[in-house]
Design a protein. Structure first.
Ligand SMILES: NC(=O)c1ccc[n+]([C@@H]2O[C@H](COP(=O)([O-])OP(=O)(O)OC[C@H]3O[C@@H](n4cnc5c(N)ncnc54)[C@H](O)[C@@H]3O)[C@@H](O)[C@H]2O)c1
Ligand SMILES: O=C(O)C(=O)C[C@]1(C(=O)O)C=C[C@@H](O)C=C1
Length: 306
């Protein structure tokens, strides 16, 4: 494969699943001249070098961003502001600053004020992940055939075009959108579903005593999927809900209304309503598959390394 360096030096701040996958992809395909990483613990930094996801590590974020052309903040949403405050004074003029946070409005507001004039700020969100954390969970194919959504703050089309090229080279399809729109869409497609999975697994756990642990032992496929999602990182998801409050509450309100109407149909024995509802939702699933968004295909390795 032809190797095209897109950024001469890339700095990854926070070396977890997403940074790990980005680093491995950049190293595999030669997308960066040099990948520099930093993490709070020496153990994680050593592991990152051992895994070959970056060329070198630094003890601090301030050191990592020295002379970097692209800086990507890969920490939980609630930690973005502290990192931005630390790196702001050390950024190279002309650098692009981005992130991979699951929420976009709050992250733009947390990072933006700490960036000096002359850097291009382009928040980003790769719609790809697993329930695992840490650099050892990363794999270079994670972003293949997934979306990466950009919510640019900069008005430099060149900077946006370059970051678009970068994410395409990571295997993703790229779309640009407004941060509020992103947060509403993701509240429907990712944030509310995660909360529902957490709740369902919590309910099963509450019932554990009554059912003598059989809910766990005889987990059917649907519940197993819930347990996978509910095993996701608690810090990451705490921060997502605290930072996408309005959109998530709006969607949960609608969800509750729908749930009540289905509950009523079950109580009244209204089979026609239930059949009609499930026919409509089945068509939506088929639409998702036709649009190429079916992540259950074996080669996507969703939830596990391939
Ligand atoms: N996991 C997913 O499915 C997924 C998908 C897309 C985007 N994201 C987003 O990507 C970001 C990183 O997620 P991840 O799954 O790679 O997480 P992770 O837990 O695997 O890695 C997070 C890294 O950030 C570091 N970190 C945590 N708190 C910090 C702090 N206060 N200061 C500095 N560093 C800190 C951790 O030590 C770790 O190195 C999050 O913002 C998350 O919302 C996650
Ligand atoms: O596959 C998973 O485990 C995920 O939940 C990944 C997932 C999602 O699809 O909701 C989770 C959060 C992100 O911000 C993006 C992707």
């Amino acid at each position: 494969m032809a190797r095209t360096v897109i950024y001469e030096r890339v700095a990854l701040i926070g070396l977890g699943l997403i940074a790990g996958s980005m680093g491995l992809r950049m190293k595999r395909d030669g997308l960066a001249g040099e990948v520099v990483g930093t993490a709070r613990s020496a153990k994680t930094r050593d592991m990152a070098v051992g895994l070959g996801l970056c060329d070198r590590v630094t003890d601090t974020a301030a050191e990592a961003v020295q002379d970097a052309d692209l800086v990507v903040l890969c920490v939980p949403v609630g930690a973005m502001e502290d990192v931005a405050r630390e790196i702001g004074p050390h950024l190279k003029p002309g650098a692009t600053v981005s992130d991979v946070g699951s929420v976009k409005r709050a992250v733009a507001e947390a990072i933006g004020p700490h960036l000096p004039d002359g850097v291009d700020f382009i928040p980003a969100h790769p719609l790809a992940g697993t329930e695992h954390s840490g650099p050892e969970s990363g794999f270079p194919e994670l972003f293949d055939n997934r979306w990466c959504l950009l919510t640019p703050v900069t008005d430099s089309p060149d900077a946006v075009e370059r970051l678009t090229r970068f994410w395409r080279a990571m295997g993703s399809n790229v779309e640009t959108m407004d941060a509020d729109h992103h947060d509403l869409v993701l509240a429907v497609t990712s944030h509310a579903p995660h909360l529902i999975a957490y709740t369902m697994v919590g309910v099963a756990d509450d019932l554990r005593r009554v059912t003598d642990s059989e809910v766990i032992k005889y987990s059917a496929a649907g519940f197993r999927d819930f347990t996978r999602i509910a095993a996701s990182d608690p810090v990451m998801w705490r921060d997502v809900f605290l930072n996408n409050k309005d959109a998530t509450l709006e969607i949960l309100g609608r969800f509750t209304e729908e749930l009540f109407s289905l509950q009523r149909a079950i109580r009244k024995g209204d089979g026609e309503m239930l059949h009609e509802y499930f026919t409509r939702t089945r068509a939506i699933r088929r639409g998702v598959i036709e649009a190429g968004q079916d992540t259950d295909k074996p080669d996507f390795g969703r939830g596990t390394k391939p």
